[in-house]
Write a protein that binds this ligand. Structure first.
Ligand code: FEO
Ligand code: CA
Ligand code: CA
Length: 716
């Protein structure tokens, strides 16, 4: 999602209490044993002798960690992408790039239409993943699946001087259809050319768009239930569209997972809200783009606009769209290899503002695990554990045609959804959102939610209220996760939280409630806790946890790195001008080196303390190189700053998001979302991403491919 509108006051905890006592609260004995943060903190408190952290090179596992072989970039604030010396950066598939021969060629004055947009790359690139068509050519010819999270109406309607009636009055049907088609997912085949540049394959049979209007299936506990019966789907088995697809995931059987994040905003309910919609925060006056205002125009097809107004007005659910919102908020599975297949919403993984969805370490004969976060202030982290045990014979066979969605049904439609409680002692518990789970007062979860006993669909529809009742820990806006493929450790960004209050404050609640146990009520503000230890947290942190092998419901955690400006009083990880960052968002653990690879961190920053020095960025860190003592994982601290480096910086006003590398690690793919005045050439589909724009251009989100000029592996 774009910059959050928040008060960017410069947080200074020393105004409230001595910094040493703040640190003392953050630094547990266990942290000290793990080094990093606590050593940095102790260093700031007066030093600790006898340890030479700067030279720590040996991993606790005895393996040799990768070494970052580039100079950490200075900040940049230009209309260009900046990469280290010896690297190139190329723009690929910017918004509006034709996917088919029938689509009009892009040009700077193009008046986008619904038909053209449905055949062209969508807007505001976000999460993405690569799907090889063969093992042999996996690093040079693959299907790119890409989220198009939301839209920049000014750029979309630039030839008209902007959108029509964006804030009040009726929106024109042609603009609404076009905007709907600019959202969703793009599947496009891309190839590396002989000279090293990349291009997309126009007209490839795999190329397609999923938009906010594309028919999709519902699967899992909610499918076919009374909760999702609508005028469009009287039996509750289908819906139309996926919306505000932010981060992504993928499955080991070769499908793409796209994740519905800020979907409530496109709907409106002017009547009585479903309690679950109230919990999630649904607009009550006008949808974000006013799509519902086009309802009733001549030529409206199958309630294509009416469905965004979910105010009950018929006799029952089959007469209107009161349940339309309950067909959103899910993980959506797409088979990129089969151009005829439908997308499927896997409801078993919960209903909330899903940022993304990441598979845990795969083990034959063990369940398949997915982690997901709810990106909103003081919301939760979840995991799904499949009933089915992983069979390596189900692993993806690149390019082959077979029913991958049947494997999705096998592993994602039956299982247990858990929510996380992070305890102050560094342990944590996964709490099962089962209808018969007991809540604090002894009732079943179903009873506490006023559902029928055993109503699994109801628990999923009310995921957030269910998590409240189990005592989940409110987090600082969970964004991306990633899993170390060797150790299975999970990293997740907690991007920032303007609604985090001091430790000694009482929480406050949404919808005028007096406690989260009430239906429709969540946390508005919440005091600091061990995993989210900074009040008015503007700069965020990356948390890490590992499952306890002997107990599927217990885990251990620590904060891996805290964002901050170098001279902030609460620069708890000792960041410097060369690696200071705020609002970590995108995250990817590079699978090189048998667990000694690179953790890549992307930012979506709105904090002035860092924004004054640099635009949003990509950082690289080798967790395995941070260890200070044999056998102990470590975290970023003042003594190991040379292991955390700024690798790339985006153009003005953008966020950097979406990330993966080719299997041979010679090309790193990232996305530049909502740039202000970039890329430099307003017409070209492929161009040098590092060219600084002169004058003004119609901005276009785009994928950027970063490679070494000598063809070597990136980062090392
Ligand atoms: Fe779309 Fe949470 O970022
Ligand atoms: Ca994000
Ligand atoms: Ca609640």
């Amino acid at each position: 999602m774009s910059k959050q509108i928040e008060t960017q006051q410069n947080f200074n905890c020393s105004d409230n209490e001595p910094f040493s006592s703040v640190l003392a609260r953050h630094v547990s004995r266990r942290d000290i044993m793990r080094g990093g943060l606590s050593l940095a903190a102790l260093g700031m408190l007066g030093g600790i002798g006898g340890l030479n952290l700067a030279n720590a090179q040996e991993s606790g596992t005895g393996k040799t960690p990768l070494a970052l072989a580039f100079e950490s970039l200075r900040g940049s604030r230009t209309d260009a992408v900046v990469v280290p010396e010896g690297y190139t950066a190329q723009v690929l598939i910017p918004w509006g790039t034709p996917l088919e021969d029938q689509a009009p060629a892009w040009h700077r004055e193009q008046e986008m239409t619904a038909e053209a947009q449905a055949r062209s790359v969508g807007m505001h690139h976000d999460g993405m993943h690569a799907f090889p068509l063969s093992e042999q050519h996996a690093s040079r010819d693959f299907l790119l699946a890409l989220n198009n999270e939301y839209i920049d109406q000014d750029a979309l309607w630039a030839p008209r001087g902007g959108p029509t009636n964006p804030d009040s009055g009726q929106r024109p049907a042609d603009e609404v259809r076009t905007e709907i088609n600019a959202h969703g997912v793009t599947i496009v085949r891309v190839r590396k050319q002989a000279e090293g540049g990349w291009s997309h394959v126009v007209g490839d049979a795999h190329n397609r768009r999923f938009t906010s209007a594309t028919p999709m299936d519902l699967a899992g506990p909610v499918a076919g239930s009374e909760y999702v019966r609508t005028r469009y789907s009287p039996y509750g088995t289908r819906t139309r569209g996926t919306n505000n697809n932010c981060a992504n995931g993928f499955t080991p059987w070769g499908t793409y997972l796209t994740c519905e994040e800020n979907w409530p905003e496109v709907f409106v309910n002017r009547g009585e809200l479903n309690i679950d919609d109230a919990r999630l925060g649904l607009p009550t006056e006008r949808g974000r783009y006013g799509w519902e205002t086009a309802a009733g125009v001549d030529g409206e097809r199958d309630d294509e606009f009416a469905r965004f107004d979910v105010t009950p007005h018929g006799e029952g659910p089959r007469d209107d769209y009161r349940n339309e919102t309950r067909t959103f908020g899910y993980i959506v599975e797409i088979d990129p290899y089969n151009g005829q297949s439908r997308a499927v919403k896997r409801t078993a993984l919960g209903r909330f503002r899903h940022e993304g969805c990441w598979p845990g370490k795969l083990v034959a004969g063990e369940p398949v695990v997915f982690y997901s976060g709810h990106d909103a202030r003081n919301e939760y982290i979840y995991k799904f554990v499949s009933d089915a045990k992983w069979d390596p014979a189900d692993a993806n066979r690149p390019g082959e045609a077979y029913d991958r969605l049947a494997l999705g049904a096998k592993y994602m439609d039956q299982g247990t959804l858990y929510v996380a409680r992070f305890d102050a002692d560094g342990g944590g518990e996964w709490l099962a959102l089962e209808p018969d789970t007991r809540v604090a007062d002894g009732r079943t979860l179903a009873a506490a939610l006023s559902l029928a006993e055993g109503d699994r669909a109801g628990v999923i529809v009310h995921t957030c209220d269910a998590a409240d009742l189990l005592g989940a820990t409110p987090m600082d806006r969970p964004e991306w996760g990633t899993v170390d493929p060797s150790s299975g450790e999970v990293y997740m960004t907690l991007t920032n939280n303007s609604q985090r209050t001091a430790a000694d404050t009482e929480p406050t609640f949404t919808n005028e409630g007096d406690g989260v146990d009430a239906a429709g009520v969540g946390y508005a503000t919440a005091p600091t806790n061990a995993a989210n230890p900074r009040a008015a947290n503007e700069t965020g942190q990356v948390i890490r946890w590992r499952e306890r092998g002997d107990d599927a419901t217990r885990f251990d955690w620590e904060v891996f790195v805290f964002g901050a400006a170098a001279d902030d009083a609460d620069n708890l990880s000792g960041l410097t001008e060369r690696n200071q960052f705020a609002s970590p968002d995108g995250l990817w653990y590079d699978d090189r080196g048998d667990g000694q690879g690179i953790l890549w961190i992307e930012t979506d920053n709105g904090y002035d303390g860092v924004a004054e020095q640099t635009n949003d960025q990509v950082l690289a860190v080798v967790p395995g190189a941070l260890s200070h003592a044999s056998g102990q994982a470590s975290v970023v601290g003042a003594g190991n700053q040379q292991q955390l480096k700024r690798f790339a910086v985006g153009p003005n006003d953008c966020e950097v998001t979406g990330i993966f590398a080719t299997p041979d690690k010679t090309a790193l793919f990232i996305n530049i979302q909502h740039p202000g005045n970039w890329p430099a050439d307003a017409d070209a589909a492929t161009q040098d991403a590092t060219h600084v724009t002169s004058g003004s251009v119609r901005p276009r989100a785009a994928t950027v491919v970063i490679q070494k000029a000598d063809g070597g592996q990136i980062g090392v």
